[in-house]
Each structure stands twice: as structure tokens, then as C-alpha cells.
Design a protein around this ligand. Structure first.
Ligand SMILES: Nc1ncnc2c1ncn2[C@@H]1O[C@H](COP(=O)(O)OP(=O)(O)OP(=O)(O)O)[C@@H](O)[C@H]1O
Ligand SMILES: [Mg+2]
Length: 253
């Protein structure tokens, strides 16, 4: 049975997709079989994994019609055979609205994943910057939630709201646990970031991952070029960071 991890934070641009993608690449790099699931109509995970347009159907089709199989696109290259993606496109935005009238709308992803998860060690689900039905589907399907956050004061309120949502989702998925909080896009030169990072560690203790993901242009370049951090020139520091983060994830879940 795969370990299913949702990566969530309703605040936008905090590094959800980057975390999902690079954790996925790194888990595949250490030999795990990984399925990445894109639950964001923006489709950034799909593009970042180089899977845009590879499948005729997307996750939206399988959420709306339970008789349709979950579309899975293999990722070629270095991780061939160990990494695959369930793609999303803008159609997921329309599907989200349509789902609101469907029975069992919160359980659609969980039920679809149950048919494929025996083929993987880890399933990582990227979510949109909202607490709507798509994010709820991810949290209901998952055993763990991983929360990337920026070390900014405005991010703290978002964290509190997400924690409330996790508590509420436990009504539908009692086994859901927070795997960890990741300080991402961290710039230790900024006093605000150092202060908030210290505050996070004091408040959330061990839940905050030891590995901080610093601001790193190679992480940005790799994602926008549809490449992994393992393939990009000068990506060694990014690789080291994600290897360390992956080590913590493996130790926790
Ligand atoms: N450590 C980093 N260093 C530099 N750039 C980064 C880093 N992490 C993420 N980024 C860049 O910041 C932007 C936002 O990151 P990302 O897309 O992962 O956030 P997100 O939470 O998924 O956003 P959204 O809420 O829109 O889905 C992207 O352009 C990404 O490439
Ligand atoms: Mg994203």
C-alpha cells in the first residue's frame, strides 16, 4: 500500500508544487515508485513533470465519472518506470464546480487512488491555493499532509486556517495527520524571515521540518524548464536540500 501525502496550504505561491515535484523526483531517485497527482487546475505540477498534453484525459474526467480510470502518464528520462503523473488541466476548474452537485464528492479521489495505489510506494498530491472541494478530496485521500509555508507574518494566519481544516477533514478521514511543515523559499538575509522561522519552530516544535528550502534560482529554472533538479546544471545545492528533506519524510512516513 502506498503512503499517500497531500501537499497543501491555501496560501498561493508558497512552494506546494515545487515541494511535490522535487520530493517526487528525489523519492524516485532513491528507488521508490512514485505517483504524482495534480489536483490544481493551474496544471503546474503536470507541466513541471513534463507531462502536459501527454494523456488525452485528465484527473477531472476520473473525478466526474467514477467509471473512468485515473489517467496516468509515465515520466520518461532518468526516472522512467519509477515516476508517473496524473495530469490536470484548466478543465479541472469546471469539474470542481460540477462536483459540488455530485454525491460523495469528497471521496472521489480517494476511491480512484485505491485502484492504483498498489503500484506505488508514495502518492504525492499537489493541491490548489484554496480550501475547496479539490483540496478536501486530497486531504480525504491522504494519510499525511505536508505544509509548505513561507517564513512571513502573513503566512501564519494561513497555517492556522489550514490546521482548522485538517481538524475538520478528520470527520471524513480520521487517520489524517500533519507530516510536517516546511519552511520554503527561505531567505535568511531578511530579518522578518529569520524571526518568523524561529517563531514557527517555537510554536510548532518538531512538526517543523529541520530542512529549510532556501531561495534558489536553480529550483525555479528546473521547474519552468520541465526538468528535474537532478538534470539541471548547477543544481547540486538544490539536490542536497531535497535529499535532506526526503530523508526526513522517509523517517516520518
Ligand atoms: N526554493 C525556491 N527558490 C526559488 N524559487 C522558488 C522556490 N520554491 C518555489 N519557487 C518558485 O516560486 C513560485 C511559486 O512556487 P510554487 O509554484 O511551488 O508555489 P505553489 O504554492 O504551488 O503556488 P500556487 O499556490 O499558485 O499553486 C514558482 O515560480 C516557483 O518556481
Ligand atoms: Mg502550485
Amino acid at each position: 500500500m502506498a503512503t499517500v501525502i497531500a501537499v497543501a496550504n491555501q496560501k498561493g505561491g508558497v512552494g506546494k508544487t515545487t515541494t511535490t515535484l522535487n520530493l517526487g523526483f528525489t523519492l524516485a531517485h532513491v528507488g521508490k515508485r512514485v505517483l504524482l497527482v495534480d489536483m490544481d487546475p493551474q496544471g503546474n505540477l503536470t507541466a513541471g513533470a513534463g507531462a502536459a498534453g501527454k494523456c488525452p484525459s485528465t484527473v477531472a474526467d476520473a473525478l466526474l465519472d467514477r467509471s473512468k480510470p485515473l489517467p496516468v502518464a509515465a515520466v520518461d528520462g532518468a526516472f522512467a518506470g519509477r515516476l508517473a503523473v496524473v495530469p490536470a488541466s484548466l478543465a479541472l476548474a469546471t469539474a470542481e464546480a460540477a462536483l459540488l452537485n455530485r454525491l460523495g464528492r469528497e471521496f472521489r479521489l480517494r476511491d480512484q487512488l485505491q485502484t492504483v495505489e498498489q503500484d506505488y510506494d508514495y502518492v504525492l498530491i499537489d493541491t490548489p491555493p484554496s480550501l475547496g472541494v479539490l483540496t478536501i478530496n486530497a486531504l480525504v485521500a491522504a494519510k499525511y499532509v505536508l505544509i509548505p509555508t513561507e517564513a512571513r507574518f502573513f503566512s501564519l494566519e494561513g497555517l492556522r486556517m489550514l490546521q482548522e481544516s485538517v481538524e475538520e477533514v478528520k470527520y471524513l478521514n480520521p487517520r489524517l495527520q500533519v507530516l510536517g511543515i516546511i519552511v520554503s523559499k527561505y531567505d535568511r538575509r531578511l530579518k522578518e524571515e529569520r524571526t518568523v522561522s524561529n517563531y514557527l519552530r517555537r510554536t510548532w516544535g518538531e512538526l517543523v521540518m529541520k530542512t529549510e528550502v532556501g531561495t534558489n534560482s536553480k529550483i525555479l529554472e528546473a521547474a519552468s524548464g520541465g526538468m528535474s533538479i537532478f538534470e539541471i546544471d548547477g543544481g547540486e545545492r538544490a539536490v542536497e536540500t531535497y535529499e535532506s528533506l526526503t530523508g526526513e519524510v522517509l523517517a516520518r512516513g
